[in-house]
Design a protein around this ligand. Structure first.
Ligand SMILES: [Zn+2]
Ligand SMILES: [Zn+2]
Length: 138
């Protein structure tokens, strides 16, 4: 999947900023902060252009926000463009990486009568495989 394909699927016009953001996010398997993305763009877009492109991608649910706490907010791309399902996120307490656990089936949560669900936000905090290995070597 390339940035152009993603934009085509969503009927979005090609712009170098949108393509740049998508390319960066497709090339990694972990969530990135807005700053990470900005710093990795090959061209230095002005704030407004970047911000607008970013918002458009978010509105089209091409990228989604993962809120860890009020200091860490990261974004990930939905690789399953057509088959969008909710998924949990994993945050490593040691190296602070964030990953979409999109291959892990989510359990249905039965709400009591009278409650309606808008979205489910599941964040699991713990130790990632890389950090786990590091600690075992001690
Ligand atoms: Zn880690
Ligand atoms: Zn995700």
């Amino acid at each position: 999947m390339k940035a152009i394909d993603v934009l085509n699927i969503h009927n979005l016009k090609r712009t170098s900023c949108r393509e740049g953001i998508i390319d960066i996010m497709l090339s990694t398997n972990q969530a990135l902060s807005e700053n990470d993305i900005r710093n990795q763009l090959s061209y230095n877009f002005d704030r407004t252009t970047f911000y607008r492109s970013f918002k458009t991608l978010e509105e089209h649910k091409i990228i989604h926000k993962i809120i860890i706490d009020n200091q860490i907010i990261k974004y990930a791309i939905d690789k399953s463009i057509t088959d969008k399902k909710g998924h949990a996120h994993f945050f490593c307490n040691h190296c602070h990486i964030v990953k979409c656990l999109d291959s892990v089936p989510m359990q249905e949560i039965q709400l009591p009568d009278g409650y309606a669900e808008d979205e489910i936000d599941i964040l699991i905090k713990g130790t990632c495989p890389t950090c786990k290995k590091k600690y075992c070597n001690h």
